[in-house]
Write a protein that binds this ligand. Structure first.
Ligand code: M6R
Length: 365
């Protein structure tokens, strides 16, 4: 089943142009301005009445929820909250009656996500699931949902399921936006941007060898920070989770500006940082954060979109991803962090497909 690949994680990273394409297939309107979903079981009228969305998930899927929060608030202007499923199920939080609850789960069998979904249903909320396993318990028990169609994910470290979840959330933000304030023109721009993603991911994957060389340079460190602002904050969290679960390096993700509230104390020659920098309004602020780290002798690996104007020689290593619409930045920026973690783990001799202490699907509390 592995074909020419050495590990399922590698195979699944390289499958992403296809898995992303499959998630989009047949899901755009004929006029190319919005997304269409078959299984929501909610009419546009009902969806217009939703005045809050609560996302529930665990692990990597929880990071997808954080991306969804930014995207849905920005493009559909609906307030979004994100909770760990394990916390929500026992917290008894008061919810507005027009809240839509969305659970995200690759396997559809994660016990905490299922427990949280059941708790939301018990209280009478409408529930949807974003899920990669057709017929899973979470898919069956929710009122409606969207299948990811990313294909089976075997590697314990989630890769293609994560980018596919973000893709679905971007399409959902587009769909909900077009039911509200998002214009036809803005919708068309987003659809075009989404359709370009598989090719752009393919182009980033061609940098595999370069990323491998960078990873080998940093594989000996025992600590690593991942920093990013706005949409890049959840990707920083995901980068840290990926690195820690397969390489056992202690890694943390932070919003870059939070550095000075504590984590900057960790910065030294022995603690590198991975910066996620995207062009746009927040770039100058991210640059200032990179300079803060460099001033403290911290090594910096920068993953940046092509439009970022980084001063020559500021960072130690750099990976450039294609310039793109903001809505697809989280997908493209995820690819280098997956490859980086994969190669660091291999350089440390770790079993990337079966990391210690972890199961693919967490079906016990
Ligand atoms: O199947 P699920 O998406 O519900 O799984 C949730 C988490 O257990 C999962 O994402 C976990 O964090 C992965 N090992 C991350 O790579």
């Amino acid at each position: 089943e592995l074909g020419s690949y050495s590990h399922f994680m590698e195979k699944e990273i390289f499958e992403q142009p296809n898995s992303l394409m499959n998630g989009m297939r047949g899901r755009f309107s004929d006029d190319g301005s919005t997304a269409v979903f078959g299984g929501l079981n909610l009419t546009p009228q009902e969806l217009r009445q939703i005045d809050r969305i609560l996302f529930l998930a665990c692990g990597t899927a929880w990071h997808s929820c954080l991306v969804a929060e930014y995207l849905i608030e920005r493009f559909a202007r609906i307030p979004v909250e994100v909770e760990y499923a394990s916390e929500f199920r026992y917290r008894n939080s008061p919810l507005d009656k027009n809240t839509l609850v969305i659970a995200i789960s690759q396997s559809g069998e994660t016990i905490d996500t299922l427990g949280a979904l059941r708790e939301a249903k018990r209280k009478g909320y409408r529930t949807l699931a974003i899920n990669n396993s057709v017929g899973s318990t979470i898919a069956r028990e929710s009122d409606g949902g969207i299948y990811q169609h990313a294909g089976p994910e075997i590697g314990v470290a989630s890769t293609k399921a994560f980018t596919s979840q973000i893709m679905i959330c971007a399409m959902l933000a587009l769909y909900l936006g077009r039911l509200r304030d998002l214009s036809y023109g803005d919708g068309v721009d987003i659809v075009k941007a989404l359709k370009q993603v598989p090719e752009q991911v393919h182009a980033i994957l061609k940098q595999n060898e370069k990323i491998e060389a960078i990873a080998k340079k940093y594989a000996r460190y025992e600590d690593c920070l991942f920093l990013g602002r706005q949409l890049m904050f959840p990707i920083a969290l995901e980068g840290a989770l990926k690195l820690k679960e397969i390489s056992y390096i202690h890694a943390e993700g932070y919003p870059a500006a939070e550095m000075k509230h504590g984590p900057i104390a960790l910065i030294c020659e022995e603690c590198p940082s991975v910066f996620l920098a995207t062009s746009g309004e927040i770039f100058q602020k991210s640059l200032a954060n990179v300079q803060e780290v460099k001033a403290r002798k911290g090594k910096v690996i920068c993953i940046a979109t092509a439009g970022c104007d980084l001063p020559e020689g500021l960072v130690d290593d750099i990976v450039i991803v294609p310039e793109c619409h903001e809505i697809v930045q989280p997908i493209l920026m995820s690819i280098p962090i997956q490859l980086f973690s994969y190669h660091v783990a291999l350089a440390r001799g770790c079993d990337v497909d079966k990391p210690r202490n972890l199961a693919k699907s967490v079906t016990v509390e």
